[in-house]
Design a binder for this molecule. Structure first.
Ligand code: SF4
Length: 263
């Protein structure tokens, strides 16, 4: 069984390869689509996930058989630093394996400071790793309402600063954007703190009639106005740019692989 796989559809915009270590997540985000995708009951998915059976054994087998030149995302399903059954020891062991085999990796988590326990392992990747977090709300009450068991916004911002100060390439995912004003405030904060190397900008999807909630064209223009003068690496996700087809974007701003890490 292969555990490193190539995502398809909208998931492909995240990364050419992905690896899911735990199937389930304790963060309980209101907008989470994973239970629907996996056809699992919410009560079953939003528990305290255990690592997948023999995942490290299968991971090593994949790494022995294949050479990965493009980034492997941890993870597309679940969060490798949520409140899981082994306190993310499988995450650490998987990272050690991936580093030993010189595989390029992207880690995306809302786990906050728990991520920093693996800072020493992140450093072993040198320029073959990027570590990021999802930024949704600066307002803590709103963050708690939408992502009740994920780390609070100030903690996520602090983690980005610490990672960046330690020489780790960082990224911030603005998918979902739920309230553009909150996302724009977060972009301003990260620019002021110079803590993010790469931005991924999208919007909320698969949630009621979210396409009609906001003026997404204006949001795209506001992001461009903030991020272009700052000279930042940005990828605008298809779900957002397709709602504003008249807004000209560069090839790099539309290419999901432009800023991935490679070996
Ligand atoms: S962190 Fe991701 S997988 Fe976990 S509940 Fe939130 S959206 Fe779902």
């Amino acid at each position: 069984m292969s555990v490193i796989y190539q995502p398809t559809g909208m998931a492909r915009e995240y990364s050419p390869y992905a690896l899911n270590l735990y199937i389930g997540c304790s963060h309980r985000c209101r907008y989470c689509y994973a239970p629907h995708t996996l056809q699992r009951a919410e009560g079953d998915y939003f528990g305290k996930p255990a690592p997948r059976k023999d995942v490290l054994k299968y991971l090593e087998r994949d790494l022995q058989k294949n050479i990965y030149h493009e980034q492997i995302l941890l993870s597309f399903i679940g969060d490798v630093y949520c409140d899981n059954a082994d306190n993310s020891q499988t995450t650490r062991a998987a990272l050690e394996l991936l580093s030993a085999y010189h595989a390029p990796v992207a880690v995306l988590s809302k786990g906050g400071k728990k991520m920093l326990r693996d800072l020493d392992v992140f450093k072993t990747f040198e320029d073959r790793i990027t570590v990021g977090t999802t930024l949704t709300f600066l307002d803590e009450a709103k963050s708690r309402a939408w992502e009740p068991y994920a780390s609070p916004p100030e903690e996520r911002l602090e983690v980005l600063r610490i990672l960046h100060e330690n020489g780790i390439r960082t990224f911030a995912s603005f998918e979902p954007t739920i309230e553009p004003r909150e996302s724009l405030r977060l972009i301003e904060r990260t620019l002021a703190e110079n803590s993010v190397d790469h931005y991924k900008i999208g919007k909320i999807n698969h949630y009621k009639d979210a396409d009609k909630w906001q003026n997404w064209r204006k949001y795209l223009l506001d992001c461009l106005a903030l991020l272009r003068p700052a000279g930042k690496e940005v990828y605008y996700k298809y779900c957002l740019r397709c709602l504003a087809p008249d807004v000209p974007l560069t090839d790099a701003e539309k290419n999901p692989d432009e800023y991935i890490v490679r070996a």
